[in-house]
Design a protein around this ligand. Structure first.
Ligand SMILES: CC(C)(COP(=O)(O)OP(=O)(O)OC[C@H]1O[C@@H](n2cnc3c(N)ncnc32)[C@H](O)[C@@H]1OP(=O)(O)O)[C@@H](O)C(=O)NCCC(=O)NCCS
Length: 177
C-alpha cells in the first residue's frame, strides 16, 4: 500500500520480499554505526514482519519502505515509531535509514519532509521527535532541515552516552479558525 509519493520517492508498506533489499541497510556496518550494529538475516525478517503484523495494524503508521522511483528499488526506510517513555512521556519519532549507495542526494530529507507533513496534516499528531547520536551529523542535518531543534538529552538503558532529542510541534497547533 502506497502511503506517500514525492518527486523521486515512493513510501509504501513493507512486504516480505523487501527482506533482501533491507539486508543492504541492516547488514551494512557503516549504515548501522549509530544504532544497534549489523543485524542477521533472521533479525531483518522479523523486523519486516513486525512492521506488517504489529506496527501497521496497531498504530496505523510505522516504518515505511522507501522506493527510488528511477530504479524501482527499495533503498531503506523512513517512518514513524511510537515510544511509550522518552524522559517519562510518550513520543512519536521520525526514523530513517538509507542504503549507503544513495546517501548525499537529498533522499532522506525528501522522505522526512513528506513523513513530517503526513504526521502533522493527516495523522494530526501534535509533536514529533528524532533521537540522534550527537556524532551523527548527517542525521542531525536532516532533522534540522525538517524544522526540528535540539531540545534535551535522553539516556537509554544500555547506552554509554545520551542521545540528543530533536523536536518540533505541529505548526497548526494553537491556530484559531
Ligand atoms: C542519515 C541519513 C539517512 C541521511 O541520508 P541522505 O539521503 O544522505 O541525507 P540528505 O542528503 O537528505 O541530507 C544529509 C545532510 O547531511 C549533510 N552531511 C552529510 N555528511 C556530512 C558530514 N560528514 N558532515 C556534515 N554534514 C554532512 C549533507 O551535506 C546534507 O546536508 P545539506 O543538504 O545541508 O548539504 C543516512 O546518512 C543514513 O542512512 N545514515 C545511517 C543511518 C542513520 O544514522 N539514521 C539516522 C538515525 S538517527
Amino acid at each position: 500500500m502506497i502511503v506517500l509519493e514525492t518527486e523521486r520517492l515512493i513510501l509504501r508498506h513493507f512486504h516480505l520480499l523487501d527482506v533482501a533489499a533491507m539486508q543492504r541497510i541492516f547488514g551494512d556496518a557503516e549504515v548501522m554505526r549509530f544504532g544497534p550494529g549489523v543485524q542477521t538475516a533472521e533479525w531483518i525478517r522479523n523486523w519486516v514482519q513486525g512492521c506488517l503484523e504489529n506496527y501497521y495494524p496497531k498504530w496505523g503508521f510505522g516504518p515505511w519502505a522507501v522506493v527510488e522511483k528511477r530504479r524501482r528499488e527499495t533503498i531503506g526506510y523512513c517512518g514513524l515509531f511510537y515510544f511509550p517513555d522518552v524522559a517519562r512521556q510518550p513520543e512519536v519519532e521520525i526514523g530513517y535509514r538509507l542504503a549507503r549507495a544513495v546517501w548525499g542526494q537529498g533522499y532522506a530529507t525528501e522522505a522526512v519532509l513528506a513523513v513530517r507533513d503526513y504526521a502533522f496534516n493527516v495523522l494530526c499528531l501534535q509533536r514529533l521527535i528524532a533521537m540522534i547520536d550527537p556524532q551523527n551529523v548527517p542525521s542531525i542535518r536532516v532533522a534540522e532541515k525538517a524544522g526540528m531543534r535540539y531540545e534535551k538529552d535522553v539516556m537509554f538503558e544500555g547506552y554509554t552516552h545520551p542521545d540528543h532529542v530533536y523536536a518540533m510541534a505541529n505548526p497548526a497547533q494553537g491556530v484559531s479558525s
